[in-house]
Design a binder for this molecule. Sequence first.
Ligand code: ATP
Ligand code: MG
Length: 416
Amino acid sequence: MNCEIVAVGTELLLGPSVDTNSAWIGERLAENGIASHFHTAVGDNPARIVDVLRIALSRSDAVIVTGGLGPTSDDVTREAIAEVMGVELNLDAKLEAELRAIFAARNREMSPSNLRQAMRPDEAVAISATRGTAPGLICPVGEKVVYALPGVPAEMKEMMQRAVLTDLRRRSGETQAIVSRFLKTWGVPESVLGEMVAPRVQALESSGNLTIAFLAHGIDGIHIRITARAQSHDEAVALLDDEESQLRQLLGQLVFAVDHQTLESVVGNLLSAHRMTLALAESVTGGLIAARLTGVPGAGDWFKGGVVSYATEVKQSVLKVPDGPVVTVSAAQAMAQGARNLLAADVGVGITGVAGPTEQENQPVGTVFVAIDTSDSVETLELHLSGDRQRIRETACITVLDALRKKLQERPLLEH
Ligand code: ATP
Ligand code: MG
């Protein structure tokens, strides 16, 4: 079974939109063990879409099309598919009723052009719209199949997960459970990570039921995907558990989170486990760390607040940083202690540095000092980060959160 992807939309050819849909679908197909050899982008032109679909069907068993299912006259994917199927496109009464219900529920007037979205090629099966208004379509073409999904990424992803993957797996005769897990790492480049886990990759080469892949996510670190195949979901999860513990032995503290966890949610869980609260004094990061932490539901249990002490006089008057240079390790320490005292928290973190574009106090751009003060001990870091202003601020943010995570993980849990 192989499946190719066709992205429809003139905006994809002219540049304003980047085809992230195909990349995302490609990843899902790989995870599900379905081969995919071609991605095509084509403009909103019926004849050219028909051409591309015919070529795709000549070499692949299944085709996933995204985009061009909207209500406007440039949305022509439905017409093109009907032509390739050699069937008529007719108004589907059930889809029309669903569409009218969606508009009624949102108190919106339905224009006649919206009825285009209730058109269905004969023999095609609709995938009802739960997020947007455009239904998707499962369109048999002989022994093969074309799936049409909306271009809007959130709508596409939901239908792909709900309807397409199951249908594809059924058609491919795949009965095994395929489950993936992501180990998120921060701190070493992909090449080093590759060398560290090489023994596991080699051990798995012959096994056939587990695979490991690396996915670089820039400022979110490098994620290691483990995919397991087994007769049942539980068996696949057991394989993942075992592989995760083998990988953790090689990676140690580099793994900061698993699957949907984030660095900030992990920090929050650790603070909760220690029954500790946190206060920040941010200069160079200007509140970025506080913003990430407060994005975690329940942050109020462990995050007291932060001082964006950007100006020197604020560091001195609010946080009691002594007179003198403020891009120093001792200033970071004073900021951490000041925040901890001022906000009555158990842990104080101070961050001061130079994001650029010009140096400050003779310290080059990218110099950042961090102090983590847990009252019984103070840990300091001196960072030399590269990149532009934004990159330096974001890297400082993730590095500080990661240092805090490690410090909390090393700390013995007290019995309460
Ligand atoms: P709608 O019903 O919302 O009109 P549609 O199926 O007609 O959806 P399009 O009009 O082609 O989809 O695209 C809607 C929006 O979805 C585009 O403006 C674009 O931002 C986004 N989009 C479309 N195709 C892709 C793609 N391949 N990758 C990423 N985003 C896309
Ligand atoms: Mg559209």
